[in-house]
Ligand binder design. Structure first.
Ligand code: NAP
Length: 479
């Protein structure tokens, strides 16, 4: 890895303002998914060490919550500036541990910085309320206070952005945080911590630990100091955390898996629709929670859309994310490749028509696949594929499209393309999900509430709703 600032690659954990190794000396190896080369090692912290990090966050809470919101905001904005200043190095680390093309990695770093900036500006706007009282001579005041020490658990697919959008909101609210990144991609989180330290985040306010995920999850849910856990990851682990959080009634935000539909109606701008489909399906090699998993195309425009898509999919370039011009990097590991192949084989077996790709793998690399004649009973229509596999299902009527789109326990994002304003309003109302993109698939940004319903979880990240997740309402009656 060629870094202008090599110290950004930290092979240590950070808590209470110090960089540390585990007492046992045990480490976790991190490999580059493009070539399986060793990127580096991070400590495997024991549960007792994670408890120490949580205690540090509790000590730091006392002064951080009393700091002025302006000061907290200034530190977050300075942190955002440092991310932008070091975006080349951060992108290099991200591509090396995660695999996405460098241009996408830089985009993710800027996206991460936008959350620090936005919540830095939002911190001083944590307004309360006064409410006309029920009795004469009384006053009702409502204030929003930080919930306390928070745990964050993040996935490997957006290793810097998923953590930045949690820590930005938490720190703006006056909370402190202990974060556990995915063991496949810890270095982006550790680089984020290093820049936080340089931006002036006080010791103990933001802490990063690595180690056994189940043990850290148990410490987060069983330690009464932790008042809130913000989790982004699979629905399976989200459900587990919800069960375990019953012990302390720990508040949760769960940003879980998706199964997004994208519907192309016959009145749509088809060129715009194909651009949107390509961006939403193939970004990060199809490994995003808001990826299109089910493409629904109205029969009368089906052939035209498939032809345009075939040309676009054939122009994608697979390779190491560091290489110039590459648009599809490797999948994260072999189990991701196996899932891709299972969905591919099932679709072929049940009659889908192959237009591009071959379902074969070279290490963690797979060619992007496009198939026609998908059916709602194929595996891909029910399970998140998390790979560059796009299968289109033809439909006849609006009612049929909505029925298929909602036929899933997940409810994160949904998209559709139409120029008919009445249809836009009808379909927007009918879709069961937390976010709808109408004639647009780039829906995620710091100013908007990101999150799902049903098995995609609950809670929102970004926007004023994102800060509410880290605040609790205290009502005061003045007699
Ligand atoms: P995952 O297996 O659920 O892992 C996510 C995080 O949870 C990782 O840090 C993982 O640690 C940790 N973890 C695993 N088992 C745990 C346990 N028993 N207790 C506590 N933590 C535990 O998910 P993933 O495969 O990394 O990520 C992909 C999933 O995330 C997809 O389903 C995707 O849709 C979802 N996602 C959702 C959003 C959203 O905003 N809704 C955004 C991005 C991704 P280790 O990796 O170290 O084991």
């Amino acid at each position: 890895m060629k870094l202008q600032n090599p110290e950004l690659l930290q092979q240590a954990n950070y808590w209470d303002g110090l960089w540390r190794q585990s007492n046992s000396g045990e480490t976790i190896e991190v490999k580059n998914p493009a070539n399986n080369a060793l990127v580096g090692k991070v400590p495997r912290m024991s549960r007792a060490e994670v408890a120490s990090a949580i205690q540090a966050a509790e000590r730091a809470l006392i002064s951080w919550r009393q700091e002025t919101a302006q000061k907290r905001g200034q530190i977050l904005c300075a942190w955002a500036d440092l991310l932008l200043q070091h975006q080349d190095d951060l992108a290099e680390i991200l591509t090396t541990e995660q695999g996405k093309p460098l241009a996408e990695a830089k985009g993710e770093v800027r996206y991460a910085a936008s959350y620090l900036q936005w919540f830095g500006e939002e911190a001083p706007r944590n307004y309360g309320d006064t409410i006309p009282a029920a009795k004469p001579g009384q006053k009702i005041l409502v204030q929003k206070q930080p919930i306390g020490v928070c745990g964050a658990i993040t996935p490997w697919n957006f290793p810097i952005a998923m953590l930045a959008r949690k820590v930005a909101a938490a720190l703006a609210a006056g909370c402190t945080m202990v974060a556990k990144p995915a063991e496949l991609t810890p270095f982006s989180a550790l680089a984020l911590a290093l820049l936080g330290e340089r931006a002036g985040v006080p010791a103990g306010v933001f802490n990063v630990v690595t180690g056994d995920s189940a043990a850290i999850g148990d410490e987060f849910t069983e330690n009464p100091i932790i008042k809130k856990i913000s989790f982004t990851g699979s629905t399976r682990v989200g459900k587990l955390l919800q069960q375990k959080s019953a012990t302390n009634l720990t508040k949760l935000s769960l940003e879980l898996g998706g199964n997004a539909p994208l519907i192309v109606f016959d009145d749509a701008d088809l060129t715009l629709a194909v651009e949107g489909i390509m961006a939403a399906k193939f970004r990060n090699a199809g490994q995003t929670c808001v990826c299109i998993n089910r493409l629904l195309v109205q029969q009368s425009v089906y052939d035209e859309v498939m032809q345009k898509l075939k040309t676009a999919v054939e122009s994608l370039i697979v390779g190491d994310g560091h290489d110039e011009g590459v648009t599809i990097g490797p999948l994260i590991n072999q189990s991701a490749v196996e899932k891709f192949q299972r969905h591919y084989d099932d679709a072929i077996e049940h009659g889908a028509e192959l237009l591009c790709g071959d379902g074969k793998a070279d290490g963690n690399f797979v060619k992007p696949v496009l198939m026609a004649n998908g059916k709602p009973n194929m595996i891909f229509a029910h399970e998140e594929t998390f790979a560059p596999l796009l299968i289109a299902i033809p439909f006849a009527t609006e009612e049929e499209a909505i029925r298929i789109a909602n036929d899933t326990p997940y409810g994160l994002a949904a998209y559709f393309y139409s120029k008919d304003i009445s249809r836009v309003m009808r379909v927007t109302d009918a879709l069961e999900c937390g976010m709808v993109g109408v004639n647009e698939t780039a829906i995620s940004n710091a100013t908007a509430p990101f999150g799902g319903i049903k098995w995609s979880g609950y809670g929102r990240e970004g926007s004023k709703y994102g800060m509410d997740e880290y605040l609790q309402v205290k009502y005061v009656l003045l007699g």
